[in-house]
Design a protein around this ligand. Sequence first.
Ligand SMILES: *[C@@H]1O[C@H](CO)[C@@H](O)[C@H](O)[C@H]1NC(C)=O
Ligand SMILES: *[C@@H]1O[C@H](CO)[C@@H](O)[C@H](O)[C@H]1NC(C)=O
Ligand SMILES: *[C@@H]1O[C@H](CO)[C@@H](O)[C@H](O)[C@H]1NC(C)=O
Length: 630
Amino acid sequence: MARNNACCLLVGLLALFHTWGATADVEVNMMDRVEAFRGEAVSISCMFTSSEGVGGIMIQWFYVTLSGEKQKIYYQDATMKVVDKGTQFTDRISVSGTGGTGEVVLTISDVELRDEVEFICLIKGLTEGTGEGRTKLRVFVSPELPNIEGVQTGISVNQDGPSKIGTCEVKNGYPRPNITWYRNNTPLRGNHDVVKVLPSITTESSGLFSVKSELRMKVVKEDKDDLFYCEVKYFVPGAEIMTETNTINITVYYPSTAVSVWVESPKGNIKEGDSIELQCRGNGNMPSSILSITHKSVNLPLSNNVLLLDNVTRLHGGVYECTSTDTDTFEELSGNTSVSVHYLDPAVVMPEDAVVAQGEEITATCNALSSLKTRTSWMKNGKEVSKAHTLVLKDATFDSAGMYVCVVNVLDIEGMETSGTLNVKVEGAPKITTPLDTEIEESYKSTVHLSCSVRGFPTPTVTWTTSDGKILNSTSETENEGEVQSSVSVTVTGDMAASCNASNKFGADSATFNIKATIHTTTPATTTTSTPITSSTVKSQSEISAEAVKKESKGVIIAVIIVCILLLAILGSVLYFLYKKGKICGRSGKQDLTKEKSGRDNIVVEMKSDNTEEAVLLGVNGEKQPLGNQ
Ligand SMILES: *[C@@H]1O[C@H](CO)[C@@H](O)[C@H](O)[C@H]1NC(C)=O
Ligand SMILES: *[C@@H]1O[C@H](CO)[C@@H](O)[C@H](O)[C@H]1NC(C)=O
Ligand SMILES: *[C@@H]1O[C@H](CO)[C@@H](O)[C@H](O)[C@H]1NC(C)=O
């Protein structure tokens, strides 16, 4: 079906006036142009004015061949209608209308590309003469969708001439479609050093056109983000159609202007033993440039621009320089970073072992070399005894003896620490710390375990003897923190005494266990026999306590008296308070006191004691203090 636009109509009307001017005989009026898609049918109308009747008119249709000749395709008069044989239109045309209506219409079905010719309608009257009109037929074929292909390889900014960016192609259109390249929505035209658009047109065997366009451009770094596409324009009957391809981008290779190298991990302080990852990057994108890292003039291999260093030492510290070398231009660029590997050497304690006489002074130092600020502290039995790197122990006593641990840690790095030890031995005669002389009562024939702790240096030899001069073999002997503990087992064969005697080159000390044998026949008998023994025990304990008190300094006595007075005052006020409250006092208070003292007694003396009364008195006599603290 033919589609005529307003433009064609106007042109046709102008032609009509022209025709009137040229021939006065018969006026013929035709469209200048008729448009149709290939394969469709098109009608070309021929209008004329004649005063003659139908019978006097002869109608002829021609077309103009490529060589410009008129080829008749149809004839009609009052008597016949003839389609000429042997033309391209022979089977595809029909003419409707007669001279009477003043209009005849030539219809061509299944329009072909070669039908794009000029048609002539010739009207001949018998008397009025001849008139003719002409119409051009335009045939259209819409092309296939266009496609674009970008170059897959990167393009270097160092390339001399314009490099290929991509090609666009649109196939099988008629008439020829046009391709326009766009970069970021701006059309690209030209054929010069920077932009070159190279079109090529192919006429297919079908007569259709395929158009290809190649874009070449000299790229700069900024083009790395450019988007390119093609626009295709083609005509259809009565309109112009525009389609676009999708966009493509390109990879631009450009040289670096700066190179940087940094420690990717760990973040923060680096210490010996860590693994570090150094990364190097240039801000360019040149495949021809290679990166390498040097440290202390040694070239280190990079893999994927990463340098991994495992188990670093302080020797890995220093400047790391990364260099980017372009293998094409031999240009070099570099950047560097400084790496500090922190360290803490093992602590050195001077001296490690010290032997001093009692009352003397010991000085020891502890040093650990580090790249960072450190803190040193000395510990003994888990307690801090000094915060300096020098440890001074004045007026050494047996209490000063033992193991001192010096701990050095780096303030800024958690967990970075080292330690050393100092072993102090204080010379002096043996001193038995537990027990002092003690009284024991045990059943006849039972086995009693006795043990004795001694301090002194050189390590005292501990011997055990019974009252009748027999030597007992110790069952165990251990030494810990300068204190020797020796134990024996004795079978009770009657009232007896066993002594532990400790000696070294400076002197000797001894302690005696008095063992009272008890015979159990019946339960009440045990109780009656036990009572007198208990009282005698109490007496002997009091004597011992008196001896102990004598040994103490005046200061301790004063302190004890003050504590007693304070305790009495508190007791008095508590009793007064309870009295005021109307409560019955005395019995409950006494019970509490007994329990508490009993508990303390168990710690003080290592002996079997099931008599609470005895324990109370032991606690009260204040003997515990010298035992524990000296
Ligand atoms: C294609 O370009 C030619 C030449 O510039 C122009 O004459 C023609 O009209 C264009 N065709 C279309 C479909 O725009
Ligand atoms: C360029 O194209 C590639 C794939 O063709 C795509 O992965 C990339 O995101 C594109 N870049 C831009 C900036 O569009
Ligand atoms: C302890 O042993 C020393 C040396 O062997 C001796 O001189 C001392 O008399 C002994 N003391 C006792 C109580 O046995």
